[in-house]
Write a protein of this length. Structure first.
Length: 186
């Protein structure tokens, strides 16, 4: 089994164990925890999934560069560059940021997805959701605002350091310039 022990302030803690699951088709140690069927179907060749168990309680920020399935509780910011699922019984008290985010559990904080956010049946979010694609399935609960944005516009705004500005596409700029030019002739 691939084994990583979480380190807090440079001290290793055997109380928290992160299990990584080898990619599909790879020969794995028989003691490694298998992916659940849903993650196996959606899995990408070569991907690794870290499963944070239901008894896990983490107070602090967590960042991952691999797929994460959260069954426990995190009190702090959770950021993931790969698909992230807060499963049934899982909860985050803090902000969640990631590429593709699926919420089946509870999030008390803001969610920002760079590609998509899905709130599944039974999922509960108390906070704002920002992503280019947002899906709220019947049976999900959301108390906050939902803003669907273009990932390209967000990248340009972030690079410019302007979080409150607006990025217009070429067609919109041409229309705006046309309106301004016609207004200045009158």
């Amino acid at each position: 089994m691939a084994r990583a022990i979480m380190s807090v302030f440079g001290q290793q803690s055997p109380a928290v164990e992160l299990r990584t699951v080898p990619p599909k088709g790879a020969t794995a140690d028989k003691s490694a925890a298998p992916r659940d069927a849903e993650h196996e179907k959606a899995g990408v060749a070569g991907a690794v999934c870290t499963k944070l168990g239901k008894t896990l309680v983490l107070k602090g920020d967590l960042w991952a560069d691999e797929e994460v399935l959260l069954l426990g509780r995190i009190e702090g910011t959770l950021e993931c560059s790969e698909p992230l699922t807060v499963d049934l019984g899982g909860s985050v008290i803090g902000d969640v940021r990631g590429r593709d985010i699926t919420i089946k559990g509870t999030v008390l904080g803001n969610i920002r997805g760079s590609e998509s956010v899905v709130i599944a049946p039974g999922g509960t979010v108390t906070g704002d959701i920002v992503a280019p694609r947002v899906t709220i399935v019947e049976g999900a609960h959301v108390n906050g605002t939902v803003r669907m944005t273009s990932a390209d516009c967000d990248a340009v705004n972030a690079a410019a350091g302007d979080r409150n500005g607006v990025v217009l596409g070429d067609v919109a700029v041409e229309k705006l310039l046309g309106l301004l030019n016609s207004g200045s002739r009158n």
